[in-house]
Write a protein that binds this ligand. Sequence first.
Ligand code: FNR
Length: 185
Amino acid sequence: MKIVTLVGSLRKDSLNRNIAKALLALAPKSLDLKLIEIGNLPLFNDDLDGDHAPEAWTHFRKQIQACDGVLFVTPEYNRSVPGCLKNAIDVGSRPYGKSVWSGKPAAIISASPGATGGFGANHHLRQSLVFLDMPTMQQPEAYLGHAGDLLGPDGTLTNEKTRAFLINFIDSYAFWVAKLRDNNA
Ligand code: FNR
């Protein structure tokens, strides 16, 4: 199953990006996780859409259309979803009636150096996914607090409990996506 991974941070040394990278290695064989960049997407503007939409939008929409699910790994900005990720969501949701998100099973991991693990962003994102008709895995939830302490200086995952937690998370997601697929077959 092809799973697109979207990271809500554009930073090179992003904690969330490094957690997403760790997940690529921890995912079971049934999942083909691919990290897709969203920093190149022009800000959504309805005036630019239609037959002459920016190439980056069209390419992004095709990548989402072709996938079997979407994994979001995001920080929290001002208790909400970072603008780059919200922009990607908006781009994929248009033109009206042609959203590429509909029906794609999603899962969310939020991570923050703070104690609350991006809970606000995680749940604001869930609100958008309800509207976009993306079934979203309920359990396990993933709010990774003090995320700076979970990774080494080179950005690799060093915390064994977190590794075990992430393996369980991504295995649960794989199981759930396959179940949804089989139910819809
Ligand atoms: C933050 N940060 C932050 N952290 C948090 O737990 N709750 C919040 O509401 C915010 N708000 C916020 C706003 C803005 C504009 C920035 C730049 C940062 C801190 C944030 O969690 C921290 O910078 C993370 O390291 C960002 O994630 P990445 O880039 O490391 O993945």
